[in-house]
Design a protein around this ligand. Structure first.
Ligand SMILES: Cc1ncc(C[n+]2csc(CCOP(=O)(O)OP(=O)(O)O)c2C)c(N)n1
Ligand code: SF4
Length: 342
């Protein structure tokens, strides 16, 4: 689907139309800036008029983003952006709803809301800024903090096994999951457009650098010298190859994925990426690949079709209105025994 840019006074909308007049209060160099600017850019290409685009956030540095976008928005409760978005999308299905959240906001206090958003498949887009720490409250461990990393709340190193957001989301039923480093603006823009087109809950994990508390945490994936070997950029219908000269591939060995050095003998067994596959096993296995044994999978890992929660609910409402003898609340209130209070 090529979407049409909505216009203002006959002119296409520009990035400036999505910039608010607020001072951005993130630390200089924070990865959040790139995500904000890619959202502003993507919004100029949506098929929704500006007044139908809404950004809902929870609490955290990342969740300040709605202030900086010139759209409708709600800076809501900690971890509760999916719940607020559910109400909003059901009340007005025409809206394009974008949730902005952090790894603390969505995986800790909001973990419960997150898994049910994945399960329900409401047609919203959730962007998770994963800096693997609580940034706003000054460096406590989050549910994605790596084992062994020292934080304000784990002075001897974190000993809690972290969540892998992709594994959690896909296992909880997410029909769309993508992962992008904050240093790949082009990929992030492309993924945002695909998330927008997807009918259902789209989860985008952005590997975001917090220059204050986890500076360089994604460096092995984004550094020019190492990124070709450490990132597996997935493309629908293409073989899973990586390395400076695509000299490595991902193949299957029994139930497991394996990394192989490609030569003429074995490159025919390299897996072809199919994000539309309904079964979850291979997508979960791709989401779980990690350094040092494997590259980390980037791009759209899963993009499958399924009826969305809002579509289902509106069908039920339409059907019951058609078949019910009560056409409105007035009818219902006067349908049984009624008494007049004097
Ligand atoms: C009910 C409640 N509990 C705790 C807090 C404190 N708090 C504010 S932001 C935050 C964590 C945010 O971390 P994350 O979602 O990773 O966002 P970041 O700041 O890193 O972008 C916490 C625990 C709060 N504001 N409200
Ligand atoms: S504390 Fe970290 S996440 Fe928060 S604004 Fe600063 S760099 Fe960004």
């Amino acid at each position: 689907m090529k979407t049409e840019t909505k216009k203002k006074n006959g002119k296409p909308l520009s990035i400036k139309d999505f910039k608010s007049d607020r001072n951005v209060k993130w630390c200089p160099g924070c990865g959040d800036y790139m995500i904000l600017s890619m959202m502003q850019k993507t919004f100029t290409q949506l098929d929704h008029p500006k007044e139908d685009i809404v950004c809902i956030s929870g609490i955290g540095c990342s969740s300040r983003l709605p202030y900086y976008l010139d759209t409708y928005g709600i800076h809501s409760l900690h971890g509760r952006a999916p719940a607020v978005s559910t109400g909003l999308k059901l009340a007005n299905p025409d809206l394009s709803v974008w949730v902005v959240t952090g790894d603390g906001d969505s995986m800790a206090i909001g973990g419960n809301h997150f898994i049910h958003a994945c399960r329900r498949n409401l047609d919203i887009n959730i962007i998770i800024f994963n800096n693997k720490i609580y940034g706003m409250t000054k460096g406590q461990s989050s549910p994605t903090t790596p084992l062994g990393m020292k934080t304000k709340t784990a002075p001897y190193g974190s000993y809690e096994p972290p969540f892998n957001i992709g594994e959690l989301a896909i296992s909880a039923g997410a029909t769309f999951f993508a992962r992008v480093p904050d240093k790949s603006p082009q990929l992030l823009g492309d993924v945002m457009m695909e998330a927008y087109k997807h009918k259902g809950t789209s989860i985008i994990e952005v590997l975001q650098n917090c220059v204050i508390f986890t500076d360089g945490i994604h460096e092995k994936l984004t550094d020019k010298e190492t990124k070709d070997e450490n990132q597996l950029e997935l493309k629908a219908g293409e073989p899973m190859v990586f390395g400076k000269d695509d000299e490595y591939g991902i193949q299957i060995d029994g139930m497991k994925l394996k990394k192989v050095r490609l030569d003429d003998d074995n490159n025919t067994n390299t897996l072809i990426h199919d994000p539309s596959e309904k079964e979850t096993q291979q997508h979960v296995a791709l989401a779980k690949l990690q350094l040092p044994d494997f590259p980390v999978a980037m791009g759209i890992i899963r993009n499958t079709e399924s009826t969305s929660f809002d579509e289902q609910l509106h069908h039920i409402i339409d059907d019951s209105q058609k078949n019910s003898k009560y056409k409105n609340l007035e009818d219902l209130f006067h349908s049984g025994n009624t008494w007049e209070v004097k």
